[in-house]
Design a protein around this ligand. Structure first.
Ligand code: NAD
Length: 542
């Protein structure tokens, strides 16, 4: 991409350099460790603050409040968040509908500039965001840094993409007519993110909605509403006009469903579990009186992601990849490896290496030990995961973990259950915790068949030394994000557009060139012109 100079409405002209991923730190440098420790201490001094509903730029007390807590120390309240009343939800939709009328007319350069300035500010204050991620969702440090880096990446990438969509390539010339295609925003969108990439996914979904000229209502996850509130505040501080983005926290089944079903909602951008995604899809398909459009639903959902270990795989690399993918952030990534499918010829050798590696994974409060595996997000998650471990014990052989890990927080042991049938419940249902099912395959054909044998299709990986097998995986492994001889987590914006098949969602490919199109509608404009104008057009002078 060549460098282009863009005239900005809000700031001085900016040089847009080609997109590059924000580097992720591993905290081996003592200076990095020290600055994050200081940021965690700073964030702790700010705990317990109240976070209001924000509608039309105004900060409002809600109908009730809920606490967002630190899952490593549940007695530590990270923030008290106001929950929007039904009247406030309706007010937010009104305000957004009005704000849309002027925001949609702003030049793409202005909207993109806001994202670039937000990225710059987040880059300068990275450790404060990392500290919030450590405290509000229990992220280990490297995971927190990757989450913040990805938020920066989404802002930088979607800013550039908005500029690209504002300047589409010329259409095929047609004699006697001048034709062009323009991309228009859709209207008022409801953004419903999950808590697990509390910063990146929330900021990515929100920024994509508004940079394309839509107005948005962000209903954050109640487990990560404080980070979302800080992001909304930042955008307002940087000059986002009031009403373009409204912050409406609350319960999914009440606030979320009111937003989804309202006739003023034009689109819903959702990331979360399969069950909730399907419910939103169903609700949004109904057309209440007065609604003049078919709601668009972007729904990115769960996974049951597999790593296939062929008989010619480098077993050490495969074990390292499985451990990183299954237990990074306590298995709470949609891309997490929850099935290891291993060729019978190397099954025992793989387990011999895997089990000690899993037992060596330390579990601790990430605000104290940033390298360890942290807690799971809340008490409900502990109960759900524990019930799956019980099911798994009946379905296979428990080789590691299986219980609570010590501490006040929601700590669980990294768990391995082997000899699992491909159709067992723990091989089919998303657990979303540090639980790995190990499945024996007769051969490579069987391994691929098992890998494709769930309703999901999000990520997958294959470890093999064979070129032919890797190529077969490219053709036959039916997932949105396939990795060869590497872990199945850690997609990077730009390089690995992200989204899954089947019950993993609508394959929106976040962080890719197709993503912003989901927030736009194209208008084709054709004008009859005199012959000489048509000649000009043919000569490329349009
Ligand atoms: P969740 O489905 O419980 O909640 C997601 C969001 O939906 C939250 O903001 C929640 O408040 C809201 N919600 C809940 N019920 C609702 C309803 N009836 N109507 C409207 N909104 C409602 O998911 P979660 O626990 O926050 O996140 C974990 C899930 O997200 C996992 O299944 C994971 O695989 C998935 N995920 C998918 C991707 C992806 O890109 N495919 C990325 C991250 C997470």
């Amino acid at each position: 991409m060549e460098e282009v100079s863009q005239a900005m409405t809000m700031t001085a002209p900016r040089t847009i350099t080609p997109f590059r991923n924000e580097p992720i730190r591993d905290f081996s440098d003592p200076a990095d460790r020290c600055s994050l420790e200081e940021a965690i201490a700073r964030a702790r001094r700010d705990l317990g603050r109240r976070y209001p509903v924000v509608i039309g730029g105004e900060r409002l007390h809600g109908a009730a409040q809920f606490d967002s807590i630190n899952p490593a120390r549940p007695s530590e309240v990270v923030g008290r968040v106001d929950e929007a009343s039904p009247a406030q939800v309706s007010q937010a939709l009104d305000v957004a509908t009005r704000a849309f009328e002027s925001w949609k007319t702003r030049p793409a350069e202005e909207r993109a500039d806001l994202l670039f300035r937000a990225a710059a500010r987040i880059r300068e204050t990275k450790d404060d965001w990392n500290a919030l991620l450590v405290l509000e969702v229990g992220k280990p440090w490297i995971e927190a840094d990757a989450d913040t880096a990805e938020a920066i990446d989404f802002l930088e990438f979607y800013g550039r993409e908005a500029l690209r969509y504002a300047n589409p390539p010329p259409l095929t010339p047609i004699q006697g007519e001048r034709n062009r295609l323009v991309y228009l925003p859709l209207g008022v969108g409801v953004v419903i993110p999950p808590w697990n990439f509390a910063f990146a996914i929330m900021a990515g979904m929100t920024s994509a909605a508004i940079v394309t000229g839509n107005a948005a209502i962000l209903k954050p996850s109640s487990d990560s509403a404080v980070i979302a509130a800080h992001f909304v505040d930042l955008l307002h501080e940087l000059g986002l006009p009031p009403g373009v983005l409204n912050f409406v926290p609350g319960d999914g089944p009440t606030v979320g469903e009111q937003l989804v079903t309202d006739p003023r909602t034009r689109f819903v951008s959702f990331t979360g579990s399969k069950g909730v995604g399907l419910r939103i899809n169903e609700l949004a398909a109904k057309t209440p009186p007065g609604q003049r459009w078919i709601k668009r639903v972007i729904a990115e959902m769960g996974g049951k992601d597999a790593i296939v270990v062929a008989d010619d795989a480098d077993l050490d690399a495969a074990v390292a990849g499985v451990v990183a993918s299954a237990y990074g952030f306590s298995g709470q990534k949609c891309s997490a490896c929850s099935r290891a499918i291993v060729d019978a010829r190397v099954y025992d050798a793989f387990l011999e290496k895997l089990v000690p590696a899993v037992k060596a994974v330390a579990v601790a409060d990430p605000s104290v030990n940033g390298q360890a595996m942290g807690p799971v997000v809340n008490r409900k998650a502990v109960e759900k995961i524990a019930s799956y471990v019980e099911i798994g014990k009946g379905e296979g052989r428990l080789l590691a973990g299986g219980g609570r890990a010590p501490g006040e927080g929601f700590f669980l042991e990294p768990t391995v259950i082997a000899d699992i049938d491909p159709n067992a419940r723990i091989a089919q249902e998303e657990i979303f915790g540090p639980v790995l099912a190990v499945i024996k395959a007769r051969d490579y054909d069987h391994a691929l068949e098992i890998a494709n044998g769930t309703e999901f299709g999000l990520t997958g990986a294959v470890y093999s030394a064979s070129e032919e097998r890797l190529r077969r995986a490219e053709d036959e492994f039916f997932v949105g994000n396939l990795y060869l001889n590497r872990k199945c987590t850690g997609a990077l914006v730009g390089g690995q557009p992200f989204g899954g098949f089947n019950m993993s969602g609508t394959d929106s490919k976040a962080g890719g060139y197709d993503y912003l199109l989901l927030f736009l509608q194209a208008k084709s404009i054709s004008r009859k012109v005199a012959a000489h104008a048509a000649d000009d057009l043919a000569a490329g002078m349009d």
